[in-house]
Design a protein around this ligand. Sequence first.
Ligand SMILES: [Zn+2]
Length: 100
Amino acid sequence: MPCIAQRNRPLLLQGTLTTFRRRCGKPTCRCAAGEPHESPALRYTEDGRTKTLTLTTAEVAQVTAALARYEKAKADLDAQAAEGITLLRGGRTARGGAER
Ligand SMILES: [Zn+2]
């Protein structure tokens, strides 16, 4: 299995970890009687469409960490952007308002 974490940069992912349920179609399988197969999956958005990528058990931990890394990075960026607005606003009032 190729390791998805073998990269120079840590893996980042945006999405939601869910459980994917499906019926395989075999008439004799237990899923035909009502208990669908379950596998961990990542739901994400690509080109405005929600997609689901099923994951192996081994990938779940890496994906969970990658999702957390993204959330952390996004929160940091949002905080910096909020600070930017504060600075921009602050500069205007100090100059008595930058009216155009
Ligand atoms: Zn089945």
